[in-house]
Design a protein around this ligand. Structure first.
Ligand code: G1P
Length: 292
């Protein structure tokens, strides 16, 4: 079955980036010349996604505006013959009817955010992208996930990577049943375990292909780790009912832009790989070294 829908949970408060995120959504922080959420949407588009569902909250209207038409801006750019800029602004718009914005009224966690779209997605598998995670590499990570889904069939899929043992408590972690170096089949998954109790160091990163059964298995009355309704907690009952859970060891480099360090790293790497910024970046770093 073709994966046509992608869900973007963008309701988080962005407390780690305060005060920057007091009045702007954290998903609007930029990496390179575009906000985090645009990176995620472009990755989804490149994977053939046709419907974009954003789970927003109060104070997130900048995201809607970003993907909408800005008539004054476009008219002004056209009048001033700024063709390149106009092209950039127009190409990121989502076609009428392709973008849906709904609100998660309370910050109850990722599981709850996903549950909020149950009536919009319907009975088909869908992609889930967490915009905090930027994944750079040759093939878009969502496309790699869809390829795996197409090849291996029904199941829940997440991108995975091995993390430092003392970082496992930041992630959903797989208890591995089989691992062929690309596809990891999990016995179960556990959200943010203590390092001493972690079944492995193979961690979920923010790309998923989810079976629609997920909506029935998210228990909105059960608060998990961090007193949130965790998406990860929905996987175990599905595994028990025969819906396999797979981790995909994707090709590419992931940057956790939900942290200042990861966000900085993503910007530096992005500048290094961009024709118009590389020289300036290297010059700046050289100047810093001389001062040291
Ligand atoms: C969420 C998921 C977690 C996953 C992580 C990836 O956690 O709950 O399983 O490993 O994203 O970034 P969060 O970062 O929202 O705490």
């Amino acid at each position: 079955m073709k994966i046509k829908t992608a869900v973007f949970p963008v309701a988080g408060l962005g407390t780690r980036f305060l005060p920057a995120t007091k009045a702007i959504p954290k998903e609007m922080l930029i990496v390179g010349d575009r906000p985090l959420i645009q990176h995620a949407v472009e990755e989804a588009k490149a994977a053939g996604i046709e419907r974009f569902i954003f789970v927003t909250s109060q104070g997130k209207t900048a995201i809607e505006d970003h993907f909408d038409t800005n008539q004054l801006l476009e008219r002004t750019l056209a009048e001033r013959d700024k063709k390149k800029e106009l092209e950039k602004v127009q190409s990121l718009q989502l076609a009428p009817g392709d973008a849906i914005f709904i609100r998660q009224q309370q910050p109850l966690g990722l599981g709850h955010a996903v549950w909020c779209v149950r009536n919009l997605v319907g009975n088909e598998p869908f992609a889930l992208l967490l915009a905090d995670d930027i994944i750079m590499g040759a093939a878009p990570c969502t496309a790699q996930m869809i390829d795996a889904y197409t090849k291996y069939g029904r199941g829940n899929y997440t991108a995975v990577m091995d993390v430092e043992p003392d970082h496992v408590s930041r992630y959903g972690i797989l208890d591995i049943a089989e691992d062929d170096g690309f596809l990891v089949k999990a016995r179960h998954v556990v959200e943010k375990p203590k390092p001493s109790e972690s079944p492995s160091r193979t961690a979920i990163v923010g790309r998923y292909i989810l079976d629609p059964m997920t909506f029935d298995k998210i228990n909105i009355h059960k608060f998990g780790v961090s007193k949130e309704i965790q998406l990860t907690d929905a996987f175990r009952p599905m595994i028990d009912e025969g819906v396999p859970f797979y981790g995909v060891r994707f090709a590419g480099q992931r940057y956790d832009c939900g942290t200042k360090e990861g966000w900085l790293e993503a910007n530096v790497v992005n500048a290094y790989h961009s024709d118009d910024m590389q020289e300036h970046l290297l010059k700046t770093l050289k100047t810093l070294r001389i001062k040291d």
